[in-house]
Design a protein around this ligand. Structure first.
Ligand SMILES: NC(=O)c1ccc[n+]([C@@H]2O[C@H](COP(=O)([O-])OP(=O)(O)OC[C@H]3O[C@@H](n4cnc5c(N)ncnc54)[C@H](O)[C@@H]3O)[C@@H](O)[C@H]2O)c1
Length: 298
């Protein structure tokens, strides 16, 4: 299967930054789209930083990093992206109406062979695809955070996703040096379903006063060899996104996914995680976790 450019990534938040980086760093031309100019600026700076870190660590040369950054363009709307984009990766806010509207806009703009992938964490691929007349070309392409460190991409087939769409996306995943798994659509796929449950249970333990945040995270890291604890991971993912996922899983899979009230409190207070500088823990200006800063809910 030949790998084709150009690629459009829509949504320049946490994930759009990492996904755009993954493609430009492996030689692909990317247009990164967001309707918030500040998000595009942050994403461009973020991609520059990942590339600079790669040079500092001896993983790439300065010339490689410069060439990668030169392959990145930004745009305020899908209408400014190249009409011959072969792959559009939608990674905007986790909201069905936003994702369906972006699919409809993409269908009106791009060629019939363009594949539309969505990076939704848990929403139904079938329902996102139902917004357009060509659902065969919609697929879940679920990346993990931070994208430049995480090897897996979970490919999720909706009811109408064609075998050709799957095969083309598998080839793109291989081309950016990652590994894909194939999953038939179910709420939360394989990864978000497990991760949301684990994070929610950790929050209930914190809320019940079973242990301090630091100790809950240490238990998962040291007893089970998880690279991060579930509360640290929630700070990285963003509790706002985590809450939307849990609400959807609660609605579709039932009671065991009822969001812990402490997550709702955290989101209401603006403690969304690393991206707002405060979540379960606090982070300094360099993004480093402040020691012993875990919240004490009592
Ligand atoms: N955060 C994670 O760890 C993670 C992991 C895997 C998948 N995801 C999924 O990736 C998606 C993005 O998550 P995120 O954490 O990057 O969110 P984020 O809040 O950091 O970024 C979302 C971006 O989408 C932009 N946006 C919203 N509506 C738009 C529109 N109509 N057109 C263009 N841009 C628009 C926003 O301006 C924002 O910059 C969500 O579907 C999320 O569930 C997140």
């Amino acid at each position: 299967m030949t790998i084709q450019d150009p690629i459009t990534v829509v949504g320049a938040g946490l994930m759009g930054t990492g996904i755009a980086h993954a493609f430009v760093a492996t030689g692909h031309a990317v247009t990164l789209v967001d309707n918030q100019p500040a998000a595009l600026q942050r994403a461009t700076a973020g991609i520059g930083k990942i590339l600079a870190d790669g040079v500092r660590l001896g993983k790439a040369t300065q010339a490689d990093a410069d060439a990668a950054l030169a392959r990145l363009k930004t745009a305020a709307g899908l209408g400014e992206a190249p009409r011959d984009s072969q792959l559009v990766v939608e990674t905007a806010t986790e909201n069905l109406a936003i994702k369906q509207a972006l699919m409809r806009e993409a269908e009106s703009l791009f060629a019939a062979e363009t594949v539309f992938a969505t990076n939704t964490s848990a929403l139904s691929i079938t329902e996102i695809a139902a917004a357009i007349n060509t659902p065969r070309r919609v697929i879940g392409m679920h990346f993990f955070n931070p994208v430049h460190k995480m090897k897996l991409v979970e490919l999720v087939r909706g009811l109408e996703t064609s075998g050709e769409t799957l095969a083309r996306v598998q080839a793109w995943v291989t081309a950016i040096g990652k590994t894909s798994i194939e999953v038939n659509e179910a709420p939360g796929f394989t990864t978000s379903r497990i991760s949301a449950l684990l994070g929610n249970e950790a929050m209930y333990m914190l809320a019940e006063g079973v242990a301090r945040a630091e100790d809950i995270d240490t238990s998962l890291r040291m007893a089970f060899n998880h690279p991060m604890g579930p509360l640290e991971l929630g700070d990285l993912t963003g509790w706002d996104t985590r809450l939307v996922v849990l609400q959807y899983l609660h609605q579709t899979l039932g009671e065991k996914f009822r969001p812990c009230p402490l997550i709702i409190k955290l989101v209401k207070s603006g403690r969304h995680g690393r991206k707002t500088g405060r979540g379960i823990y606090e982070y300094d200006a360099q993004g480093q976790k402040v020691p012993n800063s875990g919240i004490r809910p009592f």
